[in-house]
Design a protein around this ligand. Structure first.
Ligand SMILES: *Cc1c(COP(=O)(O)O)cnc(C)c1O
Length: 490
């Protein structure tokens, strides 16, 4: 029988183990082992051999190279995961993050020995402030969700400093799950505001909820249906008139770079997802970074320390008596700051504007090509992503989840499904600006093929995926009863 390479996909590295096989070649020790061992207190000596796989270097390389190919990733596949801005991560970012002065700098090095790194952080914060129209930016939060928490805590500290007792935060029903979550973690009661049929904020419902007990209104712009909230300025004015702070969830900033700025619209707080808009790696590719920008009235409450500039020297300022405190180990995910800084400097102002123009163009191209095959969630044109509904296909027995799985067989990662919650059978497609027309066309062809299969051969969709290393997983069970440990013989 021929040797089946694919079979080793099923094996864990422990199962490739062969007693006595080694993955290193070291010279024999040049000190006597037993006398050295006698120096170690008995309590610290290992009695049983450690249960590590015994494999050769080649076994290790092949195993992990194979594993790396079992997944869909940006460097191998189109990845239209809506709301996540899965754009290409330029490799020059990686080169810069590995420069010895950045990559090997100890986070506790004194300010005097870290001037370049502090300058980079100060300048990146300044560039994000310029891009967003905010007055100051903190780079500390490690994700959008933590940026939200930081922003809401600053709002809370602000109201408390004004001796105002406000206990509620308003969030639209179209919001990303992190919005109510971070608000609740900050100790607020979350109140849902209704959307109208187009997915825009229902102003009547907003007005009903705005009151002296409301601390903030948190909203994503463009909204999670992929549309620019047309009455956003009016919404912000309504909030401010009642003393309510307005928070922009900036996850969709890729639609508006160089076109409009949250600060100019009137927002008090806004976070950035460097791993979405500013090409730092995403998910398994690396830690996130969710800087948060604020207007001047919130500056006393910034997370400490703050990177400050005095003449041509940079320093970490810890003397911030009103600060909400420190949020992160060290100063945030600095390696991501280097990557985002590199990206912004590479693109320049015109380049960043072109990013958003092309992102919006690409999403509208997809929407136009697919609109006769799927229902659209809200009438177009859309911004940088388009939300379809598979409600028509559902009547044929094919759900948004089935379509997502079928796409894997056809060579694409799937769009976001079932988000936003207010759209039945939602498929949220975000192509980003970095994809070519050829790729967009291939994806649309696949989607159209699936729409036709739903009518002629729904079973092929319902039984997908068949080409992936694993088929459909029980996602609920995987989350509730995770089995993360290999046990010998189990
Ligand atoms: C991604 C996202 C968030 C959360 O950001 P993380 O960096 O994943 O914590 C919040 N809101 C929206 C709309 C998002 O798409």
């Amino acid at each position: 029988m021929p040797y089946d390479n694919a079979k080793t996909y099923d094996k864990l590295i422990f199962e490739l183990s062969s007693p006595g096989r080694v993955g290193y070649s070291l010279p024999a020790p040049d000190v006597p082992v037993e006398p050295a061992r006698a120096q170690v207190p008995a309590a610290y000596l290992r009695r049983e051999p450690v249960e590590l796989p015994e494999v050769s270097e080649l076994d290790v390389v092949r195993h992990y190279s194979r594993l790396s190919q079992m997944n869909y990733g940006l460097d191998t596949h189109f990845y239209p995961l809506g709301s996540c801005t899965m754009k290409y991560n330029p490799k020059i970012n990686e080169d810069m993050a590995r420069l010895a002065g950045f990559g090997r700098l100890h986070p506790l090095a004194p300010d005097a020995l870290a001037q370049g790194a502090l300058r980079l952080m100060h300048e990146l914060a300044g560039m994000l402030a310029e891009i967003s129209g905010m007055d100051t930016v903190s780079l500390q939060p490690a994700a959008g969700a933590q940026g939200e928490l930081a922003g809401v805590l600053m709002i809370k500290a602000y109201h408390e400093a004004n001796r105002e007792k406000r206990t509620k935060v308003l969030v639209p029903d179209s919001a990303h799950g992190t919005n109510p979550a971070s608000t609740a973690v900050a100790g607020y009661e979350v109140i849902e505001v209704k959307s109208d049929a187009n997915g825009e904020v229902d102003l009547g419902d907003l007005a009903r909820h705005l009151g002296p007990d409301v601390a903030a209104f948190m909203i994503t712009v463009p909204n999670t249906l992929g549309n620019f909230e047309p009455r956003i300025v009016e919404i912000i004015e309504m909030c401010h008139a009642r003393g309510v702070q307005v928070y922009m969830d900036g996850a969709n900033l890729n639609a508006v770079l160089g076109i409009t700025r949250p600060g100019d619209l009137g927002f008090d707080v806004c976070h950035f997802n460097l791993h979405k808009t500013f090409t730092t790696p995403h998910g398994g590719g690396g830690p996130g970074a969710g800087p948060v920008g604020i207007k001047a009235h919130l500056e006393p409450f910034l997370p400490a320390p703050v990177v400050v500039k005095d003449g041509d020297r940079y320093a970490l300022d810890w003397k911030r008596p009103k600060s909400i405190g420190k949020l992160q180990a060290f100063w945030g995910n600095f390696g991501m700051h280097v990557r985002a800084y590199t990206y912004i400097r590479t693109m320049g102002p015109d380049g960043l504007r072109a990013v958003s123009e092309n992102a919006v163009l690409n999403a509208n191209y997809i929407m136009k090509r697919l609109e006769s095959h799927f229902d659209v969630a809200a009438p177009g044109p859309c911004m940088h992503e388009c939300v379809l509904s598979a409600r028509r296909q559902k009547r044929l027995g094919v759900t948004a989840m089935d379509i997502a799985k079928r796409l894997l067989d056809l060579g694409f990662y799937a769009p976001s499904t079932y988000f936003p919650l207010i759209v039945e059978e939602a498929l949220m497609i975000e192509p980003t600006e970095t994809e070519s027309k050829e790729t967009l066309d291939a994806f649309c062809d696949a989607m159209i093929q699936i729409a036709k299969e739903a009518e002629t051969n729904p079973e092929v969709i319902r039984s997908a995926p068949v080409t992936t290393p694993v088929r459909r997983l029980d996602q609920t069970r995987a989350a509730r009863e995770p089995n993360l440990r290999w046990r010998p013989g189990a």
